[in-house]
Design a protein around this ligand. Structure first.
Ligand code: CTP
Length: 399
């Protein structure tokens, strides 16, 4: 279904080598009968001409904040109010920096700053610019402000280098815009709950047992639920990741805290238990710091199993209850066992002995085991794309 008919897209084109791809974005949006207005930054005009943009969009191109004709016809505030969504293609390091600082020294940055609409950025830049701490911290800020970031991808760059910074292909950008509108409408009735990250089991006030989980996969899943219109709650152990705007975010330490918060935040239509919950806790917590001695024996006992408790709960079990299985061996056998023993609808399994996936990696490779005995194995991809794949399947199931 084409859901872009008459959707008002404000396209901001910045000056980067991939600016030429924005023409394909316009062409594709036009084919889908979206309404498009375009802003070209000063440097964008070095890469694409206003004439080619006008010809494709069949609309006037805006480029100058001090243009009387533009301002009388549609001022910068009206322009940002007009849009259902703002798409910045490509978003250069300079634009990202300006937006993160709230600069408004040209029409593009002024319109974006004045907007309360959904803003999608498709960054494109040299790999070193992408990896520079200032770009990273600018993007982090923008994400916290609620900007949605598409890509960039890993690949060969126009500058001859290889790495992350290549703009996501126009078709994929359009897909993300389409799914934004589609899902927003369809999914706003659904509630999702995600657990993520490691738990800590305290030995004494300063020491605890934990594990290597980074929480990345769970955060990506929560983000993807949010981006698809779900009312989303993320219950997270201690991680280095930032909270997600538009997501109810609850930070916990121990498995018991995670369990209590899970109970407090149910019912939900879907719950994904991606947290690496400590299987054991300390039998006897010491209220005071344990002093050094020759040896120390710690006695552990089984921790509460959050997933198993919820999935067997008469009234609180979500319609779709999904567990994770982190395995180092016998992946199929162990996953099927967990599917049954933990009363799950699906188990998402990954092989954590492969260092290139799982835990701290940005990539993952999962297999999904379904209650009806079906199973599928996805190829290795970024954790954010894995999240999109999982959430797409949830949406299909719930609808
Ligand atoms: N889980 C949970 N509470 C626990 C342990 C696990 O909610 N105390 C959830 C995890 O979030 C995951 C699933 O159960 O969704 C499987 O976790 P995993 O650690 O792989 O399995 P375990 O049951 O702990 O079994 P084992 O460690 O023997 O593989």
């Amino acid at each position: 279904m084409n859901n872009l008919i008459n959707k008002k897209i404000l396209l901001v084109i910045c000056g980067g080598i991939s600016a030429y791809k924005s023409l394909e974005v316009i062409r594709n949006l036009k084919k889908k009968n979206a309404q498009i207005k375009t802003i070209l930054t000063k440097s964008a005009k070095e890469f694409v001409t206003p004439l080619s943009v006008t010809s494709l969009s069949q609309e006037k191109v805006y480029d100058d904040i001090f243009n009387i004709e533009n301002e009388s016809e549609m001022d910068h505030i009206s322009l940002s109010r007009w849009a259902d969504l703002i798409l910045v293609v490509p978003a250069t390091a300079n634009t990202i920096s300006k937006l993160s600082n709230g600069s408004s020294d040209d029409l593009a940055s002024t319109v974006i700053l004045a907007s309360d609409k959904e803003i999608y950025l498709a960054p494109a830049m040299n790999v070193r610019m992408w990896e520079h701490p200032s770009t990273k911290s600018n993007l982090k800020k923008l994400k916290n402000y609620g900007y949605r970031i598409i890509g960039p991808e890993i690949g060969d760059m126009a500058c001859g280098e290889f790495g992350k910074g290549k703009m996501t292909e126009p078709n994929e950008i359009i897909k993300q815009v389409e799914s934004y509108f589609n899902n927003l409408e369809k999914n706003k009735k659904f509630k999702a709950l995600v657990t993520a990250g490691p738990t800590r089991e305290y030995i004494d006030p300063v020491r605890f047992i934990t594990n290597k989980s980074s929480g990345k996969q769970g955060y990506e899943i929560a983000k993807s639920f949010r981006d698809n219109g779900f009312e989303t709650t993320l219950i997270s152990g201690q991680t280095n990741l930032d909270s997600l705007s538009g997501v109810k975010f609850i930070k916990v330490d121990t498995a018991l805290e995670m369990f209590n918060e899970t109970i407090n935040n149910l019912p939900a239509d879907v719950a994904i238990f991606s947290a690496a919950v400590g299987d054991y806790k300390i039998k006897k917590y010491e209220n005071e710091k344990i002093k050094k001695k020759e040896s120390l024996n710690l006695s552990l006992e089984k921790n509460i199993d959050i997933l198993a408790n919820i999935s067997k709960h008469n009234s609180l079990r979500p319609k779709l209850t999904i567990g994770f299985a982190a395995e180092t061996n016998n992946l199929i056998k162990n996953s099927l066992k967990k599917l049954e023993e933990k009363n799950c609808d699906w188990i998402i399994a990954n092989n954590v002995s492969d260092k290139s996936i799982g835990f701290d990696s940005d990539e993952n490779q999962i297999s999904i085991f379904y209650k009806d005995k079906k199973r599928e194995t996805l190829k290795k991809m970024s954790k954010s794309l894995v999240a999109v794949e999982i959430v797409n399947r949830v949406i299909e199931k719930l609808n």
